[in-house]
Unconditional design. Structure first.
Length: 323
């Protein structure tokens, strides 16, 4: 294995001068740096990244901690984060397990973006510091070293309700996900709040719980339709597009038409939603911009002089045939 001592010998300098040159120290002349770097390239020397990181207490790695990769929602968000991370000459490490605490506690990363409900608030508050700032995407948590970058979930639900009332709907149902989901519960909360503001009644019997997957949307809507003994809502709002697509299949299986008998509206505007039959009316979420905003916010925490503005993003409804 080629060592720094071999580079120093090849360049005709001391080991310390070789080290300073490779690390870009201003104490070394450009000519000497060039000589050392050329020698390193000639003999195939690669710096020991782990040793360098331990010395500098820096990894040049940003950690993205997800609760899972299930579904198509995450791709664009991760792409947005990756774009900003690469622009800043860092690397992105993506973890998607129920137990990634060690990577945070032992500071394998310089900063973290969290979209993982398995990681408790108490843990984040105890480990976040100016040396390990965190951006959270799935909870409201503000400390000097933790910032929240959240989707405008309640606003999206408000837009949906107003759109449906304008279309003449007065009887609305809702398909929610797990109560553990911050985004899902915020969407349900916004939906009910806007109905109350508009003076429209919402009945608990028309609230269906699934788990954000297409399969669960199909299963739970099918069960609801088979057991309903009351007049059905004219529209169902779903907390994400995947459940909406499953619900549409179940409605059609029961011999009902979408949207003539029951309209369906989703949330997220995933790619496949526009190609379903009928195409899905849904709230368009700028997932890539969300990711970019999260990453820029983190880099601003890492370096107060970071020049790029985190940016803003907005949502809108894409009206299609299902609603």
């Amino acid at each position: 294995m080629v060592t720094l001592k071999d580079v120093a010998r090849r360049a005709g300098v001391s080991v310390s001068t070789a080290s300073y040159s490779i690390n870009g120290s201003p104490l070394i002349t450009d000519d000497t740096k060039e000589k050392v770097l050329s020698a390193a390239k000639e003999i195939g020397y690669r710096p020991n990244g782990l040793a360098k990181n331990l010395k500098e207490q820096k990894t040049n790695i940003i950690g993205l901690f997800l609760s899972g990769f299930t579904g198509p929602f995450f791709n664009e968000m991760v792409e947005g984060i990756q774009d900003v991370v690469m622009q800043n000459k860092y690397e992105l490490m993506v973890c998607a397990t129920a137990d990634t605490h060690r990577l945070l506690v032992e500071r394998y990363v310089d900063g973290a973006i969290i979209l993982n409900y398995h990681i408790e608030n108490e843990l984040l508050c105890s480990i976040a510091s100016d040396k390990l700032p965190c951006v959270v995407l799935d909870r409201e948590l503000e400390t000097p070293n933790i910032k929240s970058v959240l989707l405008p979930n309640e606003e999206g639900s408000t837009i949906i309700v107003q759109y449906l009332l304008e279309k003449g709907h007065t009887s609305l149902g809702y398909i929610a996900g797990s109560t553990a989901s911050y985004d899902g519960e915020a969407r349900l909360r916004g939906f009910i709040k806007e109905l109350e503001r508009q003076g429209i009644a919402f009945f608990e019997r028309n609230l269906i719980r699934a788990d954000f997957t297409e399969v669960s949307g199909y299963r739970e809507m099918n069960r609801y339709l088979e057991n309903a003994s009351h007049e059905l809502p004219t529209v169902f709002v779903c907390a994400n597009d995947e459940m909406a697509l499953g619900a549409m299949k179940a409605i059609q299986k029961q011999g009902l038409r979408v949207p003539e008998d029951i309209a369906v509206v989703g949330f997220d505007d995933i790619y496949m939603s526009r190609f379903f039959t009928p195409p899905l009316t849904t709230i368009s979420v700028p997932r890539k911009e969300w990711g970019k905003t999260a990453a820029r916010t983190l880099f601003k925490m890492l370096d107060p002089n970071y020049a790029e503005d985190p940016g803003e993003f907005s949502i809108k409804i894409n009206s299609r045939a299902s609603g």
